[in-house]
Design a protein around this ligand. Structure first.
Ligand code: 5GP
Ligand code: ZN
Length: 114
């Protein structure tokens, strides 16, 4: 989508620190990290959030999880652990409306919400 920041990152119109890429997925460091490891994992197709996932495009979720596993192994969090979080919609705090999962870790993570 033309005015989407993450689509611009995919097209290299906005720079980012890429940590993983394959045919369908891009992952890059969050510009405002909340933990030593804070990576955003996004599909290369523009999907607004989980509410736009359906049976046709649900493979995106599998691809994101497989990428998360590769990234966790690459940065040494496979055994230590990490969180994989997506905010869906305004009340959940979503600010960029291109589906993304936060992979965070590298320290003892704060209080669990759930
Ligand atoms: P949300 O709040 O929608 O769950 O997450 C959006 C995330 O995108 C935030 O953590 C924010 O720091 C990150 N972000 C926003 N703009 C940019 C950008 O231009 N580059 C990068 N690398 N991260 C961004
Ligand atoms: Zn987009």
């Amino acid at each position: 989508m033309d005015n989407c920041i993450f689509c611009k990152i995919i097209k290299r119109e906005i720079p980012s620190e890429i940590v993983y890429e394959d045919e369908k997925i891009l992952a890059f460091k969050d510009i405002n990290p909340v933990a030593p490891v804070h990576v955003l994992i996004i599909p290369k197709v523009h999907v607004r959030n989980v509410m736009e996932i359906d049976h046709q495009n649900a493979d995106i979720l599998k691809d994101i999880h497989l990428a998360a596993k590769q990234i966790a192994l690459k940065v040494g969090l496979g055994d230590k652990g990490f969180r994989l979080i997506t905010n869906c919609g305004e009340e959940a705090g979503q600010t960029v409306f291109h589906l993304h999962y936060h992979l965070i870790g590298g320290k003892e993570l704060g209080p669990k919400i759930i």
